[in-house]
Design a protein around this ligand. Structure first.
Ligand code: FES
Ligand code: FES
Length: 174
C-alpha cells in the first residue's frame, strides 16, 4: 500500500506532564500539541476553533505561559508542565472563574469557554485585582462567536473578588 511521505516519519516518545501527572506518548514529529492532548490523552476541554492561533479556544498553560496549543508541536512540549481546564480545580469542584461565569449568565454555546477560562486563570494567577483594561487585554486573544465579551469582563471581575476573599473552589450544585 502506498504511503504518504508524512506517514513515513518515525514516531518519537515524549513525556508530558499534564495537570500534575506524567504521560508518555508516541508522536509524529509534525503532530500538534492540541491533537495529542485531545485525541491521545483525552483532554477534551482543549478545543480547536481556527487552528491558526487566532481564536484562543485551544489555550493551555505550558511552563507558566499561556499558549495556543494548535501552534505548538507536541515535541516542543516534551518535559513541560501543562495545565488544561481539567486541571484548574479538584474533581467535583468549580474554580472561582467557572462559578463567576455561571453567576453572570455568560454561558451561551460554551465552545470558547475553555480558552476564555484559561486566559482568565492565567491573568488572575498573576494579578488578583485586574483593572477592566487589563481584563480586556488578557481576553483579547479569545474569540466568542456568541458575543459574550461584556459578560466575560463582568465574570472575571467577580472571579477576582472571590479569589481575593479566598474562595477559590466551589461545590458543584447537584
Ligand atoms: S484553535 Fe488554536 S488559536 Fe484557534
Ligand atoms: S459562548 Fe459561544 S462561542 Fe463563546
Amino acid at each position: 500500500m502506498a504511503q504518504t511521505q508524512a506517514q513515513e516519519y518515525p514516531e518519537i516518545t515524549i513525556t508530558l506532564n499534564v495537570n500534575g501527572k506524567d504521560y508518555t506518548v508516541n508522536v509524529k514529529p509534525y503532530e500538534r500539541l492540541i491533537d495529542v492532548l485531545r485525541y491521545k490523552l483525552g483532554f477534551l476541554s482543549v478545543k480547536e476553533g481556527c487552528g491558526r492561533g487566532e481564536c484562543g479556544s485551544c489555550a493551555v498553560i505550558m511552563d507558566g505561559k499561556l499558549v495556543p496549543s494548535c501552534l505548538v508541536l507536541a515535541v516542543q512540549a516534551r518535559g513541560k508542565k501543562i495545565i488544561t481546564l481539567e486541571g484548574i480545580a479538584p474533581p467535583g469542584k468549580l474554580h472561582a472563574i467557572q462559578k463567576a461565569l455561571l453567576d453572570t449568565y455568560a454561558m451561551q454555546c460554551g465552545f470558547c469557554f475553555p480558552g476564555v477560562i484559561m486566559a482568565a486563570y492565567y491573568l488572575l494567577s498573576k494579578n488578583r485585582n485586574p483593572s477592566e483594561d487589563e481584563i480586556r487585554y488578557a481576553l483579547s486573544g479569545n474569540l466568542c462567536r456568541c458575543g459574550s465579551y461584556l459578560r466575560f469582563i463582568k465574570a472575571v471581575k467577580l472571579a477576582a473578588e472571590y479569589i481575593r476573599k479566598g474562595q477559590i473552589y466551589f461545590d458543584l450544585k447537584k
